[in-house]
Design a protein around this ligand. Structure first.
Ligand code: F6R
Length: 241
């Protein structure tokens, strides 16, 4: 595991974007696994800036996102599709038909999940998977206790994740209670993993996940078993290690 120390959020975003853009330059038709949340916003903004300068070309890139809320449509401002469109897809020359997220509007969970598993299998390998990390160690929406063998599945979100996400909704009652997420097994199959973390509030979980025991109670700890993980984190997030 490689840990890249960044000064602050901006520096983390720039260093992470460097790794993503190197992937795109080395393999223009790569498959990128993407995450939403606050942490990668600056990385996407940096990629957009380099695209605008003419340094990056997304025309052959395919993306698969980790997760999507069940019950939110693509045009719902809180959906992860909307987030991706706002922060990246609409700002670069990516082919919208090559940007994939689980189908939040599919009410049949088994179908939504098996469709997404099939889609990922058909794409072949994910070359680079970008991840954030939740305060309880979740990656994607894989909450503590989930089997490391899980593929895409439907999850009941924990109270703590709903509370953390509440900031994007008018009230906690508006936060969806379920989501579709890639499982740990799927995430672990990515060739390379890039995990981003910023802020003091992530310091404790970074310590537990990467310097503690590997346990389903801390989902991100499984990444200790992956052979190509890079963590780009700022000093605050690394302050306990
Ligand atoms: C988002 C995702 C989540 C977030 C995590 C951290 O697609 O899969 O696991 O990465 O909740 O969120 P932020 O970055 O908002 O702290």
């Amino acid at each position: 595991m490689k840990i890249i120390r960044a000064k602050d959020y901006k520096d983390m975003s720039r260093k992470a974007a460097n790794i993503v853009s190197a992937q795109i330059i080395m393999k223009p038709n790569c498959v990128l696994g993407l995450a939403t949340g606050s942490t990668p916003i600056g990385t996407y903004a940096q990629l957009v800036e380099w695209y605008n300068k003419g340094d990056l070309d997304f025309s052959e890139v395919t993306t698969v996102n980790l997760d999507e809320y069940k019950g939110l449509s693509r045009d719902n401002e809180q959906s992860y599709y909307y987030f991706m469109k706002e922060n990246l897809f609409s700002k670069v020359n990516i082919n919208p038909e090559r940007t994939f997220l689980p189908d939040g509007m599919e009410t049949d969970s088994d179908k939504a999940c098996s469709d997404y598993n099939r889609l990922i299998a058909n794409l072949g390998e994910v070359d680079l998977q970008v991840l954030g990390i939740g305060h309880n160690g979740h990656i994607g929406f894989n909450e503590p206790g989930t089997s490391f063998e899980a593929e895409t599945h439907c999850v009941d979100l924990t109270e703590s994740t709903m509370k953390a996400n509440q900031r994007f909704f008018e009230s906690i009652d508006d936060v969806p209670r379920q989501a579709y997420t890639m499982g740990i097994k799927t995430i672990m199959q990515a060739k390379k993993i890039l995990l981003l973390a910023s802020g003091e509030d992530k310091a404790q979980i970074i310590k537990e996940a990467f310097f503690g025991p590997i346990t389903p109670q801390v989902q991100a700890s499984v990444l200790q078993l992956h052979n190509d993980v890079t963590i780009v984190a700022d000093e605050a997030a690394l302050s306990l290690i």
